[in-house]
Design a protein around this ligand. Structure first.
Ligand code: NAD
Ligand code: ZN
Ligand code: ZN
Length: 344
């Protein structure tokens, strides 16, 4: 079969590889769609040894069951499924609570992270990772598994502060951010301020229903403060889907006293947190800082339910498998709006 593999750090190649076989408890899935996540660019950019090579990338997968391995119950050929990408140890205190995204043994274990992913014609996954999606378009189902799930989980973590009448600043309206805007609209009554450098991303945010849009630049903080109020007031919640130094610096200067910062993006910035009384604080008093990771299987089921009810829709640009490397280059240049989805 054909697969798009990271063969060495920074190198992504279309290759011919043997079609894998499902072992005990696993299924062979014919990949219907796989999202191109910005994290794949971080994986490609990571130092040698951080991720296995060669490895087929792709951790945002939906497909059709081709064959079930020995001992698999409840899944048979032709079933359509979304893939929950995390594979926790299943035994630690977090996994036992269903919080595999907090596994204490294999913290970033998963499909397309520590074993072959879905940028291929077929992928083998543990049957326990599959969720039924019925007749949903698979190019819609795939982005739910990360671009939908990760913001949903972040919103869950922030939910106690997302009361009616509060304000949430969403920074980075790309694959994750455009789903975040919809999730906030579907599950809260907050006022949404969408922030991005890219005008097309802001247009998408407006079309989706964001209440205010702000083009990021040197004056981001002033423009956002005009909308959310100056310190000690500010945004009750800031979701940063970029995580670069300018966005983290903006986030900490617009969050309200007692607010919450959720740092989802992995662009390499640092948030200074300095509890002192005799210098200007780096973050307001009582600020909560959370570094969310992906989400739980139960949350993915809720995300799928939102989509099936018509409340969550990925804005997708599709590419054939052979053009996956070009899709990632477009993502790196900022030329993808919503989510790039590869259809093998
Ligand atoms: P994306 O490329 O689709 O979207 C990023 C958006 O941020 C784009 O619209 C871009 O224009 C905007 N942007 C870039 N720099 C900006 C700046 N300085 N100010 C404002 N906006 C800016 O990326 P994505 O796939 O949505 O992923 C977003 C980030 O989240 C990535 O770093 C990714 O690795 C990370 N991620 C984290 C998790 C997790 O569990 N923590 C899960 C998935 C993705
Ligand atoms: Zn991802
Ligand atoms: Zn575990």
């Amino acid at each position: 079969m054909r697969a798009v593999r990271m063969t060495a750090p920074g190198v992504l190649e279309l290759a011919e590889v043997p079609t894998p076989e499902a072992g005990p408890g696993e299924v062979l899935l014919r990949v219907g769609a796989v999202g191109a996540c910005h994290s794949d660019l971080h994986i490609l950019d990571a130092a040698a040894g951080m991720f296995p090579t060669p490895m087929t990338l792709g951790h945002e997968i939906a497909g059709t069951v081709e064959a079930a391995g020995p001992g698999v119950d409840g899944w048979s050929s032709g079933d359509r499924a979304a893939v929950y990408g995390i594979i926790g140890c299943g035994r630690c205190r977090a996994c036992l609570r269903g919080e595999e995204n907090r596994c204490r043994v294999t913290p970033v274990g998963g499909i397309g992270l520590s074993r072959d992913g879905g940028l291929a014609e077929y992928v083998v996954v543990p049957a326990s990772r599959l969720l039924h999606v019925g007749d949903m378009d698979l190019t819609q189902a795939a982005p739910l598994t990360d671009a939908g799930l990760t913001p949903y989980h972040a919103v869950e973590l922030a939910r106690p502060r997302l009361r009616p009448g509060t304000t949430c600043v969403v920074i980075g309206i790309g694959g994750l951010g455009h789903m975040a805007v919809q999730i906030l609209l579907a599950t809260t009554a907050v006022r949404i301020v969408a922030v991005d450098t890219n005008v097309a991303a802001l247009d998408l945010a407006s079309r989706l229903g964001a209440h205010h849009v702000v083009q990021a630049g040197p004056d981001s903080v002033d423009k956002i403060r005009d909308l959310v109020g100056p310190p000690p007031d500010g945004a009750d919640v800031v979701l940063d889907f970029v995580g670069a130094q300018p966005t983290l610096d903006t986030a900490r200067q617009v969050v309200a006293t007692g607010g919450q910062l959720l740092l989802v993006g992995l662009a390499g910035g640092t948030l200074p947190v300095r509890p002192v009384a005799d210098e200007p604080p780096t973050v307001p008093l009582e600020t909560g800082v959370v570094v969310p990771f992906w989400g739980t299987r139960a949350e993915l089921q809720e995300v799928v339910a939102l989509a099936r009810d018509g409340r969550l829709h990925a804005d997708v640009q599709t590419f054939p498998l052979a053009e996956a490397p070009e899709a990632y280059e477009a993502l790196r240049r900022g030329d993808i709006h919503g989510r790039a989805v590869i259809v093998p």
